[in-house]
Design a protein around this ligand. Structure first.
Ligand code: PLP
Length: 438
């Protein structure tokens, strides 16, 4: 088909839209079948929402799927991350290193432990923590490095683990964006000392308000149980050998009450759905991977646009492509601002196209001035921490996120015609960027 001059006129300047097809249910998620419904209804009819029988089965199945020894269910991802930080020994006066570009829940609970967050830079091509921006941040009170497999991209774990071992600090993986993703052929969430993740309704593994901790380290597991799972400490269980005896006498002494005063139990409507979702998850993300790679293959070589994806030939994958992004290089488009590019793509019919991702956390006032403990001092420095607060200009890549990235459609099904239309919207604007440079 010959492309007419009219078709090449951008929709924002009065041309025809690139996307005219109905997208159907290609974006609908999670996929819920009668199996999910029946599992949840069974919990409701038994009045078993606050029990742990289903959750323990789900934990075992999830641990097996991850290839890990221990999994522990949580009421949400934020709490699983708080528990992981505490389990790693993060306490008053300590520090944790975390990339600035992530959702706040990766690190904000550190403040509630009296610790400071030392924010690190991200790499412009992966949007994940820059392994070279970690070591110089390690101080005598640094207890952990939080890594985030950001928007599905697996962090470069090899150099990070090497650094952490050298300095004897713990690595926590926030897997909230990357369930089922691989780094060099191995599942993300299996590299660090402990991993935690969200399973809330918008994530790629989506079962409601829920989270999960996984680890191979029995001590860390027991600490997580002791911190917020009071109903398990010291109690026998058919499903989890560790419940039978919390070995650590210091923790066992507190059996029956949560050390942290937290209540971290997962609602069993979520774990029931989780057990069903897990059976289908590998197959479903394989289709997502095919669809998303199809989208990027169609945009290969388009000026200004770069895929945010692992090399197709390698053994790393993007999991379920949560919050999928594209990379933007304005210099190849005559300096067209990313926000203007996105506005034009939206006009073509791709409503999800917006500049940026999360906000750069190191600039947020919570990490400068918030006084959570009413001490008359910002919590970042109130417990004798080094002052690691960072102002504008300190992490330029994270701060430029709205200039270098944008959202792309998150396809759940590999349907070539729809995917092609969306790719055409992005291609058309990039190839006719001159029409926007008035
Ligand atoms: C969603 C998310 C969380 C928080 O999980 P909730 O289940 O919403 O509490 C933590 N970290 C990252 C990176 C997230 O995207």
């Amino acid at each position: 088909m010959k492309i007419t001059a009219k078709q090449q006129t951008l929709a924002i300047t009065g041309g025809p839209k690139a996307i005219t097809k109905d997208e159907g249910n290609i974006f609908h998620w999670p996929i819920v079948t009668s199996a999910d419904e029946n599992a949840v209804l069974d919990v409701l009819r038994r009045g078993a929402m606050s029990g742990t029988d289903i959750t323990k089965r789900f934990e075992q199945e999830f641990a097996d799927w991850m290839g890990m020894k221990f999994a522990l269910g949580y009421c949400n991802g934020t709490e699983s991350l708080r528990a992981a930080m505490w389990a790693c020994g993060l306490g008053a006066g300590d520090e944790m290193i975390c990339p600035s570009m992530t959702y706040w829940a990766s690190c904000t609970a550190a403040l509630s432990l009296g610790a400071a967050v030392n924010f690190a830079e991200i790499l412009p091509d992966t949007l994940c923590i820059d392994p070279k921006d970690i070591e110089h941040r390690i101080g005598p009170r640094t207890k952990a490095i939080m890594v985030v497999h950001y928007c599905g991209y697996p962090c470069d774990m090899d150099p990070i683990m090497k650094l952490a071992r050298k300095h004897r600090i713990k690595v926590i993986e926030d897997v909230s964006h990357a369930h089922g993703g691989l780094y060099k052929g191995r599942k993300v969430g299996t590299f660090g000392d402990i991993s935690a993740m969200s399973m809330m309704a918008g994530k790629s593994f989506a079962i409601g308000e829920a989270g999960m901790m996984v680890t191979n380290n029995r001590d860390l597991y027991e600490r997580c149980v002791a911190y917020g799972h009071y109903e398990r400490t010291g109690l026998p269980s058919n499903f989890n050998a560790v419940d039978r005896s919390i070995f650590n006498p210091a923790l066992n002494k507190f059996a029956g009450l949560p050390l942290g005063g937290f209540k971290h139990r997962m609602n069993q409507t979520c774990s029931a759905m989780g057990r069903v979702q897990l059976k289908h998850y590998d197959r479903r993300i394989t289709e997502i991977q095919a669809a998303m790679n199809r989208f990027w293959d169609l945009l290969e070589g388009v000026p200004g646009l770069r895929a945010h994806r692992t090399p197709p030939t390698g053994k790393s994958t993007m999991g379920g492509w949560y919050a999928a992004r594209g990379l933007y290089r304005a210099d190849e488009l005559g300096g067209l601002p990313c926000a203007k590019f996105c506005e034009a793509v939206r006009a073509e019919g791709a409503a999800m196209c917006n500049p940026g991702a999360n906000i750069p956390l190191h600039l947020h006032p919570v990490y400068h001035d918030a006084d959570i403990f009413n001490q008359g001092k910002p919590t970042m420095i109130a417990f004798g921490q080094r002052d690691v607060r960072q102002g504008p200009g300190s992490l330029p890549v994270a701060e430029s996120i709205r200039d270098i990235s944008y959202s792309i459609p998150w396809f759940k099904h590999d349907r070539p015609a729809v995917i092609k239309a969306y790719a055409q919207a992005y291609r058309k604007v990039a190839e006719h960027a001159d029409q926007l440079m008035t």
